[in-house]
Design a protein around this ligand. Structure first.
Ligand SMILES: NC(=O)c1ccc[n+]([C@@H]2O[C@H](COP(=O)([O-])OP(=O)(O)OC[C@H]3O[C@@H](n4cnc5c(N)ncnc54)[C@H](OP(=O)(O)O)[C@@H]3O)[C@@H](O)[C@H]2O)c1
Length: 248
């Protein structure tokens, strides 16, 4: 792959971190944001010249300024990947975690997606080439959940929003590919929080997920399941009648 400049929003751990490491191995320049300074420092120590780090909370809704700083540091950005997200089982429907999920996965995500789209709209005509914007949705996006209602709903929002931006880029003839990534289970702290430790199956290692995501972005795939077999679960979820789904 041609060496590109990549910015990963939410790259301190899990899938985002694995993506950062994957792109670094390819020789790319990688910007990473997240709240945990110690993890950002760790990444920077590994490759001080090709890693740029940004301590930033997506809930601050300041992604336009964040992306401006990344552009100033890295020269230009070819690919922006929005990985940040939270989710946890909330069977007793406490308002705190439900609303926090919406603030992070919906409001924060939207702020990041708008800032990324606007960045490419402004800069692609100047620098030429093709841009890519990828967001991480989830297999959870296809149905509602009694155990983690706002997480599942927030991922439906992410998928729908990215589809909207994909359509917008196409209509505006912007040379920007918008990729929706739909993981099943990936071996990260988050998977245990949302799926529960016992309910997990077909769990992909984070480095394998990162490889497949990077490949999907390089191939400009609109929608990609991680791993591929999760397309089958998506199909089942979509066709499953309510009276069956409600018993699960
Ligand atoms: N693991 C799975 O099975 C699975 C399945 C489907 C979808 N996903 C999605 O994949 C994405 C990555 O999750 P993961 O599994 O890799 O879990 P993870 O290890 O918990 O990673 C989540 C990332 O999001 C960042 N983040 C969370 N809240 C943030 C905030 N307020 N501001 C900025 N960054 C924030 C975290 O950084 P800081 O904590 O340092 O801020 C971290 O880098 C999420 O969107 C998740 O919904 C995961």
């Amino acid at each position: 792959m041609e060496k590109k400049n990549i910015f990963i929003i939410g790259g301190t751990s899990g899938i985002g971190r694995a993506l950062a490491e994957y792109y670094l191995d390819l020789g790319c320049v990688v910007g990473v944001s997240g709240r945990r300074q110690a993890l950002l420092d760790e990444l920077k120590r590994v490759n001080p010249t090709r890693v740029f780090t940004y301590a930033s909370d997506i809930k601050a809704l300041a992604c336009a300024d964040l992306i401006k700083s990344v552009h100033e540091d890295m020269g230009k950005i070819d690919i922006i990947i929005i990985c940040s997200g939270i989710g946890e089982i909330n069977a007793s429907l406490n308002a705190g975690p439900e609303l926090d999920t919406v603030k992070t996965n919906v409001l924060g995500f939207t702020d990041a997606a708008i800032a990324a789209y606007n960045y490419f709209e402004r800069n692609l005509p100047k620098y030429g080439g093709q841009g890519a914007l990828a967001g991480i949705s989830s297999i959870a996006s296809f149905r509602g959940s009694d155990l983690a209602p706002s997480y599942y709903a927030s991922k439906a929002y992410v998928s729908n929003y990215l589809e909207g931006l994909r359509k917008k880029a196409l209509k505006n003839k912007l040379n920007l590919k918008v990729c929706t990534i739909i993981p099943g289970f990936v071996d990260t702290a988050m998977a245990k929080g949302v799926g529960g430790k016992e309910g997990l199956f077909w769990v992909a290692p984070a480095d394998k997920a990162a490889r497949q995501i990077a490949r999907a972005i390089a191939k400009n795939n609109a929608v990609t399941y991680i791993t591929k077999r999760w397309r089958l679960i998506a199909w089942i979820l979509k066709v499953l009648p309510d009276f069956v789904y409600n018993k699960i």
